[in-house]
Design a protein around this ligand. Structure first.
Ligand SMILES: NC(=O)c1ccc[n+]([C@@H]2O[C@H](COP(=O)([O-])OP(=O)(O)OC[C@H]3O[C@@H](n4cnc5c(N)ncnc54)[C@H](O)[C@@H]3O)[C@@H](O)[C@H]2O)c1
Length: 271
């Protein structure tokens, strides 16, 4: 408890899934949380039992949070989210550039331009703008800071029928390296989490498809999909003081999925 006491954290995509799990977890550890999302509503197709808005739930649980409407593809809206949060809670310590979307379902040569544009615009440009605004804010404050970018295991290995999404998640790993290099000397750490499939609104169609679910689960030595809380636990470590020497890292969170192209049974037999 209280690993983030007196810290102020801004999280994009905080209304659902991974962003919501981080917001709730950070708040329980004492952080004041700026919940930045396009919508305050928790996704109806997500796996959350309680659909109370994230900021409202945090306050109900005794924490501190504010919701700011923010589309990460709009620089002015990101700056407004930072301004509003800082006015309420004070200087920022942590920014999680997490909001993103998923596009899949077509072989490479048939991926519609709309899917490509959506991935370029939200996953790359939106993450770019959020990261830029975060770095600028930490420099303005003259303070240390933690920037955590949500990438994907698809950034480091191929998955079928999702090349535009995978490419966008790979691109943002490069942002992490540039920022880690340029701002490390000022005490601003930038890291990424490369996560495999986690049960959220984003993966609901795959999770509900028995064949797909079984195929994906079979590739994970731990034998289960990730949960948003698994992500939040790692994120908490990476933004806490305990991660004081970690910068520019791409941390894989996948139950061992990317270790090998072999599937291995519970008895250790490859198949
Ligand atoms: N769920 C997975 O399996 C998985 C795996 C690896 C990476 N990720 C990444 O995790 C991040 C969060 O995904 P999730 O699984 O929690 O999905 P989700 O759909 O549950 O949540 C995404 C949230 O981002 C918000 N959002 C989307 N576009 C936005 C925009 N332009 N501006 C502001 N907010 C916006 C949505 O409103 C939503 O609240 C994404 O970047 C996704 O690519 C997810």
């Amino acid at each position: 408890m209280n690993r983030l006491e007196h810290k102020v954290a801004l999280i994009t995509g905080s209304s659902s899934g991974v962003g919501r799990a981080m917001a709730l977890r950070f708040a329980r550890e004492g952080a004041s949380v700026i919940c930045a999302d396009r919508t305050r509503d928790t996704s109806p197709v997500g796996f959350e039992d309680d659909k109370t808005a994230t900021d409202e739930l945090i306050v109900k649980q005794g924490g501190k949070a504010v919701f700011v409407s923010c589309d990460i593809t709009d620089r002015a809206q990101i700056q407004n989210a930072i301004r509003t949060g800082v006015a309420q809670f004070g200087p920022l310590d942590i920014v999680c550039c997490n909001a993103g979307l998923y596009r899949a379902g077509h072989p490479f040569h048939q991926i519609p331009d709309e899917d490509l544009d959506a991935c370029l615009n939200v996953n790359i440009r939106g993450t770019w703008l959020s990261s830029q605004a975060a770095a600028a804010q930490f420099l303005r404050q003259g303070s240390k800071g933690r920037i955590l970018i949500t990438s994907s295991s698809s950034a480091i290995r191929a998955y079928p029928y999702q090349a535009a999404y995978s490419m966008s998640k790979a691109a943002i790993l490069n942002i992490v390296q540039s920022m880690g290099l340029e701002y490390g000397a000022r005490g601003i750490a930038t890291n990424a989490i490369c996560a495999t499939g986690m049960r959220t609104a984003l993966t609901r169609p795959g999770a509900d498809d028995e064949t797909y679910r079984a195929a994906q689960t079979g590739k994970i030595p731990f034998g289960r999909w990730g949960e948003a809380e698994d992500f939040a636990n790692l994120a908490l470590f990476l933004v806490s003081d305990e991660a004081d020497y970690i910068n520019g890292a791409h941390v894989v969170l996948d139950g061992g999925e990317t270790l090998s192209s072999f599937n291995v049974s519970a008895e250790g037999v490859p198949f």
